[in-house]
Design a protein around this ligand. Structure first.
Ligand code: FES
Length: 172
């Protein structure tokens, strides 16, 4: 408000309702833009795992013909996994053994403290380099501190290919 009632002040006051309306509209538009700028990425971040289609959990690791009966082979493969809100590619290792009637995939982690075991084909044993744990070729504990057999993963054979599902492991 103006105290001296001059021509300029009277003009300004006449324009005031229009200015106020424009300013209110501008402030409202800016607020909306700021809120949209904040909530759009947050909503996308929160909802992204729901939108992502996870990779098929069965991973093709090798051809069945690549493994002789009674033979064990170390197989490395890559798989996409959901890590928090990101899909990342990780490398995994399993030991595949072919029996006359089935195929088994052993997890390479020692059941004592998780060190990576090594398969010794000439001895038909798995040896753990950390504390001397020894497993037989069927994953059972022979000696050392491991409290239980090696963990196995689900396996299926389809169209001559061996597929492994790493998600759920179970003791051999
Ligand atoms: S971690 Fe394998 S024996 Fe300890």
């Amino acid at each position: 408000m103006c105290d001296h009632n001059c021509e300029k002040c009277r003009e300004n006051e006449a324009e005031d309702p229009k200015k106020r309306k424009f300013l209110a509209w501008s402030v409202g538009a800016i607020n909306l833009a700021v809120l949209a700028g904040i909530f759009t990425p947050v909503a996308g971040f929160i909802g992204s795992p729901l939108k992502k289609k996870e990779q098929d959990d069965w991973i093709d690791v090798m051809g069945e013909h690549e493994l002789g009966e009674g033979e064990t082979k170390e197989v490395r493969f890559k798989a996409k996994v959901l890590d928090g809100y990101q899909t990342v590619t990780r490398e995994y290792v399993v030991f595949i053994k072919k029996y006359p009637d089935r195929v088994i995939a052993f997890d390479p982690a020692c059941t004592h403290l998780g060190c990576r075991i090594q398969y010794k084909g000439d001895q038909k044993k798995y040896l753990c380099p950390c504390h001397g744990g020894v497993f037989d070729e069927d994953g059972k504990v022979i000696s050392g501190p491991p409290p239980k057999p090696l963990v196995t993963h689900a396996v299926k054979v389809e169209n001559g290919r061996i597929l492994v599902d790493r998600r759920a492991g179970s003791a051999a």
